[in-house]
Design a protein around this ligand. Structure first.
Ligand code: PGA
Length: 242
């Protein structure tokens, strides 16, 4: 594991963006796993800034998002489809047919999960998976549990997740209660993982994830087993690491 700490948000975003851009420049048909939430906003902004300088193209890139809420209209401002369009996809030359987000409105969610896993398999696996970290140690929407699920599945969101995401909605009651998420098995199969965490409120969970026991109670702790994990932290998130 390679852990880097940054004293400014701009430098952290720049470092993360450079890893993503480097992957695109060095892998002819790069497959990227993408994340949503507050953490990647500044990273995507920096990627778009560099894209606009004409140094690289997304024409041959394929993307798979980690997750999407169940039963949220695709054009709802807080759907992850809307998030990706507004923060990244509408600003770059990624062909629509090459970007994948689970369909939270699928008539048959189990079938949608199977289809999503098959599409990832067909792509030849994810070269670089971008991840944020939930306060409860979730990655994607893989919540703490007695057992974790390997592939894409429907998940009931944990109380902490509903509370954390309430800031994006009018109230906690408006946060969708379920999501489709890529499984931990798929995440761990990515050839490289880039975990980015910001803020003092995440310092405890960063410590548990990176230096605590490997346990399904903290899904991110399984990342310790990955052979190619890069962790970018701001100084506040790194505050409790020994
Ligand atoms: P955040 O979410 O970036 O909005 O803090 C991270 C996560 O829940 O995975």
């Amino acid at each position: 594991m390679n852990v880097l700490t940054f004293d400014s948000d701009d430098k952290l975003n720049e470092a993360a963006a450079n890893i993503i851009i480097g992957q695109i420049q060095t892998t002819p048909r790069a497959v990227l796993g993408l994340a949503t939430g507050g953490t990647p906003v500044g990273i995507y902004k920096q990627v778009v800034r560099e894209f606009n300088r004409g140094m690289f193209s997304f024409r041959n890139v394929t993307t798979f998002n980690l997750d999407e809420y169940v039963n949220i209209p695709i054009d709802h401002p807080e759907s992850y489809h809307s998030y990706m369009n507004s923060h990244l996809f509408s600003h770059i030359d990624l062909p629509a047919a090459q970007c994948h987000i689970p369909d939270g409105n699928a008539a048959d969610p189990a079938d949608e999960c199977r289809r999503y896993d098959e599409a990832i398999e067909l792509s030849g696996q994810i070269d670089l998976q971008l991840l944020g970290l939930g306060h409860n140690g979730h990655i994607g929407f893989n919540e703490p549990a007695h057992a974790l699920i390997k592939g894409t599945h429907v998940v009931d969101l944990a109380e902490e997740t509903l509370e954390a995401n309430a800031r994006f909605f009018d109230s906690v009651d408006d946060v969708p209660k379920q999501a489709l998420t890529m499984g931990v098995g798929t995440i761990l199969k990515a050839k490289k993982i880039l975990l980015v965490v910001k803020g003092a409120d995440k310092a405890d969970i960063v410590k548990r994830a990176l230096q605590g026991p490997i346990t399904t109670d903290c899904p991110a702790s399984l990342l310790q087993t990955h052979p190619n994990l890069i962790v970018l932290l701001d100084a506040a998130a790194a505050g409790k690491l020994s």
